[in-house]
Design a protein around this ligand. Structure first.
Ligand code: ZN
Ligand code: ZN
Length: 442
């Protein structure tokens, strides 16, 4: 344990925390003392969180390759005296902090991976990293802000480790690789972390996580009970016709016209067949490939697209209706079609009871006017796998500068994605306060 290294923080945290404790009314309980200590310590953490974030931002790593980031995290957690497990799902790090008193177990999760995006933000710590991805040279950038997630959770670990005697329970820190998905054939991310025991010994009673987001201003926190982020499934449809001369279509079976009918037919699944007042759903075709000349009708056409849903029953239902629609239209044309549906992340569902219970904590941390009940969003997130295991809440933390019009802010995944770092202390305090409040009983 790096006693020497952290001595000054412990000394400062203890002395200021002691003053605050002394200033509190005599009836103030352990919980209030812990909350006050936590804020004092979090303020001390702020410059360190920003420094870690900039360092990680300048050295982004793609999914399953986060070795530098994981080493930084593991070293830090070990220096805090935590039990640290590395190499979980390749580069994942899981650490356990045992509080001074018995109590429940809270898991906190940060994802660590960057994206194949060439940064266009003008900051001194902008990424210049390049790597190979799918056979091409690409830039690498923390365009989804996972650098901030790692830095915030490192800060939270330090805050909580320094006051562990005041914690009635256990905190599990989960630093996860590869949230953004992986090239075909590779496994990783939250699902693999769970397979490799991230939630074993001890099993958490609840899980919390935050994602920075361009659609909220720095200082704001967004929450939504129930279905929050979509399930994302990919489909590949191959329509098999019979090649013929473009001037003699009756001598073949035209897969281009059939594929066109399939595109339109599939749109009626969402608009005519699904109960739209229950949950929304989206089906988009992103690519159509077939043929190579004006006067040859090709043999096959391939359609590739995505399905977004907010209910697991509707997700399974759309799967069946998609297959039925494709098969029926293909048959009507005398063609055949193969349908391959590649399951992505499940629906991210925030436990409604737990979400309701944490709202007062969010309001205390961010200020009532900064806590927003937000709409569900159609991107997906593998935090959903953790929430399938235990009650959890996933939150959005704003990072767009308050003076910027939200509609003009570059979105997550954009090469211009910009983080107002003042939002990070709000995110870190949110996670730390949620932990303390949960341990003391919501
Ligand atoms: Zn992302
Ligand atoms: Zn992300």
């Amino acid at each position: 344990m790096g006693k020497r290294h952290f001595g000054w923080i412990l000394a400062l945290g203890t002395s200021v925390g002691g003053l605050i404790a002394a200033a509190l009314p005599a009836h103030a309980g352990d919980r209030e003392t812990a909350q006050a200590t936590l804020d004092t310590r979090a303020a001390v953490e702020q410059p360190k969180i920003i420094a870690w974030r900039r360092d990680i931002h300048e050295h982004p790593e793609l999914g399953n390759q986060e070795t530098r980031t994981a080493a930084l995290v593991a070293k830090h957690l070990k220096s805090l005296g935590l039990e640290v497990r590395t190499g979980v799902a390749k580069t994942g790090v899981v650490a356990v902090l045992k509080g001074g008193k018995p109590g429940p177990v809270v898991a906190l999760r940060a994802d660590m991976d960057a994206l194949p995006v060439a940064e266009q933000v003008d900051v001194p710590f902008a990424s210049k990293v390049k790597t190979q991805y799918n056979g091409q040279e690409v830039g690498v950038m923390h365009a989804c802000g996972h650098d901030t997630h790692v830095a915030m959770l490192m800060g939270v670990a330090e805050v909580l480790a320094g006051m562990k005697d005041q914690l009635p329970g256990t905190v599990k820190f989960i630093f996860q690789p590869a949230e953004e998905g992986l090239p075909k054939g590779e496994v990783g991310g939250a699902e693999q972390m769970l397979k490799e025991g991230a939630f074993d010994n001890p099993k958490p009673d609840a899980v919390f996580g935050v994602h920075v987001i361009s659609t909220l201003h720095a200082g704001d926190v967004g929450y939504r009970p129930g279905p929050f982020m979509a399930a994302a499934d990919e489909f590949v449809i191959t329509v098999h016709g019979k090649q013929s001369h473009g001037a003699l279509p009756w001598t073949g079976v035209d897969p281009i016209v059939t594929a066109s009918q399939i595109v339109l037919g599939m749109q009626t699944i969402e608009s005519r067949q699904m109960e739209v007042i229950k949950e929304p759903s989206i089906l988009s075709v992103g690519s159509i490939h077939g043929g190579n000349r004006n006067n040859i009708i090709p043999d096959t056409v391939t359609l590739n697209g995505t399905i977004r849903t907010f209910d697991e029953g509707m997700r399974a239902d759309i799967d069946k209706r998609l297959r039925r629609t494709v098969a029926g239209i293909a048959e009507s044309a005398g063609a055949t079609a193969d349908v391959d549906i590649i399951k992505g992340y499940p629906v991210t569902i925030n436990n409604p009871e737990l979400t309701a219970k944490i709202v007062p904590t969010l309001q205390r941390v961010a200020g009532k006017e900064h806590v927003k009940l937000i709409d569900k969003v159609t991107p997906s997130e593998d935090f959903s796998f953790y929430e399938q295991q235990v009650p959890g809440v996933y939150l959005f933390v704003g990072i767009t500068p308050p003076e910027t019009d939200l509609s003009k802010a570059a979105s997550n995944h954009s090469p211009k994605f910009f983080v107002d770092e003042s939002g990070l202390i709000v995110g870190a305090r949110t996670l730390a306060h949620l932990t303390v409040d949960y341990l003391y009983g919501l």
